[in-house]
Design a protein. Structure first.
Lengths: 161, 312
């Protein structure tokens, strides 16, 4: 009857298995963390995570957004976790985590800048932390850590002068 | 007419219902103190307070609830939103009185909640905290533009249990019923003048009357979306009885019962009788006195009207 959930599709169990494999293999995030969550696909390349009742999704009209965007397929067809996803679940990561060393580096990263330094992680998308704060997603390659913090969540350098 | 003169003239119609009216008037043009709500989905109030204080902010616990603090930004011209902690979603800059409706709603984990006019999301995110992101919040708003702000706040605070919908709440249909509904209704916003001194104040008082009609149709829709025994919290940031007690009286007519509200801030009961600017005497169902009114001079805050209704 009502045009609901046109944009979203609940992931099949095979898709969920692949998502959980990826999060466990690349970041060491245990599968048990996601026991009470539903993964959904929206469009061709984005995966969303939702902790509400999955059964009601079909009953609500005019759905615009469900939960938060968790992962998307990058241009090179590799999965990339979003910063907002890592700010919630990155605390469980044990692999491919970059720890920044100073507040200045944290501000550089959070304002969208890059940090040239060797980190003992695999190339690709990494979890970036400063102390106990999970800052978000970075892209590490050729000894440079690039910030993937979306513009809406960035800080401005002048705040910290 | 200067802004203060106009404001004084505008609020004059409430002289007979606002206690200590002269003190009220002295408060309405004072700037509002900064306040925040800690996002307990990401950090504890103690840890956040410690971090903010180490950066030179001065935090005072609010009487309302342990998640709320009033903040002094001494020597901090950049304001309360320009910090790493804000970017990481550790707090939400929220007026203290805006925290009252979710507290009265009292949502529980695993329930099904509808926030009928949700954007920009201060109350939605507070409800999510109260539910620990378990259960579902349908966060609706009519404005696509305002929904952008709502989504960005849900992202920043890491709220995972919302379904955002864009729809005129008067035409919100669903195949399921909700345990609790928050209707923080669009209103003339008269009680937000401290936050927005340029608030347009129309001395013909057309706005309160036209919002009253909209609010009544929204409350009627809420009735049909609520389970039997379910709770509706109706709130508005205005002093106009047309948008407050008159709407609650309408709710009582269509099948709601009103319940007592108690919060740890100073408030007064809903008004049951008043005389408007044209000298017309208005009286309402005596039960509307169970609703509460908070005035700016009580706690150095904004103003708010809140009623707790149960579908019977």
């Amino acid at each position: 009857m009502l045009p609901n959930l046109e944009r979203y599709r609940i992931c099949s169990s095979e898709e969920v298995r692949r998502i959980l494999d990826y999060l466990e293999e690349r970041y060491g995030i245990p599968r048990s963390v996601f026991e009470n969550y539903t993964f959904l696909v929206r469009g061709k390349n984005s995966i969303w995570i939702y902790s509400g009742h999955p059964s009601i999704l079909e009953l609500i009209p005019n759905v615009n957004v469900v939960g938060i965007r968790a992962l998307h397929l990058s241009i090179k067809k590799t999965l990339k976790p979003t910063t907002i996803f890592l700010q919630v679940f990155g605390k469980y990561a044990t692999k491919n985590v970059v720890e920044l060393e100073s507040e200045e580096e944290a501000v550089t990263f959070m304002s969208g800048g890059s940090i040239a330094r060797y980190y003992d992680v695999e190339e690709g998308f990494v979890v970036v932390k400063f102390g106990s704060d999970v800052l978000g997603c970075g892209l590490y390659s050729n000894g440079v850590l690039r910030s993937k913090i979306p513009k809406t969540l960035r800080v401005r350098f002048e705040w910290f002068k | 007419m200067s802004i203060p003169q106009k404001a004084f003239k505008y609020y004059e119609r409430y002289r007979s219902i606002i206690p200590d009216y002269d003190e009220f008037i002295s408060y309405i043009l004072k700037p509002l103190p900064y306040s925040i709500r800690v996002n307990t989905l990401k950090i504890t109030p103690e840890k956040l307070a410690q971090r903010m204080e180490s950066k030179g902010f001065i935090l005072r616990k609010s009487k309302l609830h342990p998640w709320f603090f009033e903040v002094d930004c001494i020597g901090e011209e950049r304001g309360i939103g320009a910090t790493l902690e804000h970017a990481l979603g550790y707090y939400y800059a929220q007026e203290i009185v805006s925290g009252i409706p979710p507290i009265v709603l009292d949502p529980k984990p695993w329930e099904l909640i509808l926030d009928m006019a949700a954007a920009p999301g201060s109350k939605t995110t507070q409800i999510a905290q109260m539910m620990e992101c378990k259960g579902t919040i349908v966060a609706n708003d009519v404005s696509r533009e305002r929904v952008k702000a709502l989504k960005s706040n849900l992202d920043r605070l890491g709220v995972t249990n919302t379904i955002v919908t864009i729809c005129d709440a008067r035409r919100f249909y669903s195949d399921m019923m909700f345990d609790r509904i928050l209707l923080d209704a669009p209103c003339s916003s008269e009680a937000t003048i401290r936050k927005d001194p340029s608030l347009p104040l129309d001395l013909s008082y057309r706005l309160p009357r036209s919002f009253s009609r909209l609010q009544k149709s929204m409350i009627e829709r809420a009735y049909h979306l609520l389970k039997h025994g379910g709770i509706l919290v109706y709130s508005v940031c205005t002093f106009a009885p047309e948008e407050c007690e008159e709407v609650v009286e309408y709710a009582l007519k269509i099948g709601f019962e009103i319940e007592e509200v108690d919060i740890p801030l100073k408030y007064v009961e809903g008004v049951t009788e008043w005389v408007d600017e044209r000298g017309r005497r208005r009286s309402y169902n005596p039960d509307v006195s169970k609703a509460i009114r908070i005035y700016p001079h009580f706690e150095n805050s904004g103003g708010m009207f809140v009623a707790k209704l149960r579908k019977v």
